[in-house]
Design a protein around this ligand. Structure first.
Ligand code: S3P
Length: 162
């Protein structure tokens, strides 16, 4: 049985922070696709983009999906583009952390670690484009503008009743 929880959403929506907390609450493994890729490649995402380009990074994301398909009892925090370029529906129960662009902007302090957030106008256009895809892909939408504890509470309540 596939019983993973997969967190999706735009950059800065809180996937990693919430994923870690949830994994403690549920006693699940925590896997962050960006961290996994950085470890495997031995370099930062920004360096991968700079040296090899976005397409190369997207292939690394595909490899990540292949190698984590069979996981169980895991919380998987995905990179913001993973569900845009891939069918991730087999990976588990998909939770979309939906945050406004204002919230996201406030949360993202270091633009250098996120190559696709370097230009604010382009980031906003990407945000608008992606929202529909996140919504179509997910099993559950959670308001990620709320404080951390409220977000966790909402997720716990929903997954218990689903
Ligand atoms: C990306 C989001 C980033 C990272 C990469 C590309 C995207 O992850 O995977 O910079 O396409 O939205 P976060 O969503 O964790 O910032």
């Amino acid at each position: 049985m596939c019983n993973n929880l997969v967190l999706i959403g735009f950059m800065g929506s809180g996937k990693s922070t919430i994923g870690k907390e949830l994994s403690t609450l549920l006693n699940y493994n925590f896997i962050d696709s960006d961290c996994f890729i950085e470890k495997k490649e031995g370099r930062k995402i920004s360096e991968i983009f700079q040296t090899n380009g976005e397409e190369y990074f997207r292939n690394l994301e595909k490899e990540f999906i292949q190698s984590h398909r069979q996981n169980s009892y895991s919380i998987i925090a995905t990179g913001g583009g993973m569900p845009i370029y891939n069918d991730i529906t087999q990976m588990g129960y998909i939770i979309y952390l939906k945050a406004d662009f204002n919230t996201i902007q406030k949360r993202i302090k270091d633009f250098h670690t996120r190559p696709l957030f370097a230009d604010l106008n382009k980031a906003y256009a990407l945000f608008l484009q992606r929202q529909k895809i996140y919504e179509k892909t997910c099993n559950l939408v959670i308001d990620a503008n709320n404080p951390l504890q409220k977000i966790l509470q909402d997720i716990m309540l929903q997954i218990k009743t689903n």
